[in-house]
Write a protein that binds this ligand. Sequence first.
Ligand SMILES: [Zn+2]
Length: 329
Amino acid sequence: MRKNIDDIVTIKHRDKAIVSKTGGTTGKSLKIYFTEEDVQERFAMLDNFRGKHGYKLGKRTAWFSGKNLLTGRDIRKSRFWKTDAVYKVRYYSTFHVKNEYLKHYVENLIKFRPEFIVGFPSTILEIAKFGLQHNFNFPDRTVKAIFPTAETLLEEMYEVIEKFFKAKIFNQYASSEGAPFIFECKNGNLHLELQSGVFEVLDDNDQPAKSGRLIVTSFTTEGTPLIRYDIGDTITLEDEDKICTCGNNNPLVKEILGRIDDYVFSPENGKINLGNVSNTLKDTKGIVRFQAIQNNLNKIELLVIKDDKIYNGSIEKKFLQKLERQGWK
Ligand SMILES: [Zn+2]
């Protein structure tokens, strides 16, 4: 697609197109050209999703986006945000989430009292973790909903973020390529939004499966058509007989597992995806973060940042046991 993008794009006058670049977490970034109508339709669907959870333009919102917003002067003054006073949106920088700055984020969020929080869950997680660790008390019944964007949500993220902000996360799946949407409803179920495109889930032999690679055909990419596009994410569908009572009859998704290449390989069990690797953190308090590196089929290397006040030998034993159960000795 990257090689043949000029043959794929349907917009004659590129200067009239709206360009979106895909993220650079894996491989090179790819430029996608949208028509104005594509973008309007996508924003309308997103607005409708957030609207179902109470959001409206003009309600106080804290936004954590990938835009670089700050000047050197802002940083010297410990101002890690910019405010759009007309729409009451405060944009917080996601490039300055360091331990030494986090206090300013937490204090400012408590002062700003946003009704809605939108943006990168990894950044929101760091702020929530810091707030809990340092006993900041986020005011009750302030935040009405949290809308994460762009990254795979892990169970631990849900727990920490919802605990600190005392509000529910409503997840969504979208992509900068323009994939159709998956939205979480008020009952906490994820729905394939069939009005935005066609979804297929295929196994490694390209056969329909309950859990596997997500192949998308999008209705909102007339500028750069996505037809049976292998987007590189994996999902698990819900049992077909399970229905949701929220009023949305679109099919249900059990879990969005994230990037297909986010896994480590266990000789015993094969691919262990990101979600399962991070599940080893359940009941193992005191591990601030860890990294698993694999350069050899039979071995993974673990780097751990621990909280010395909590972490001890028995926690380490539990942590290693859980990894062993996934197939490492
Ligand atoms: Zn529902």
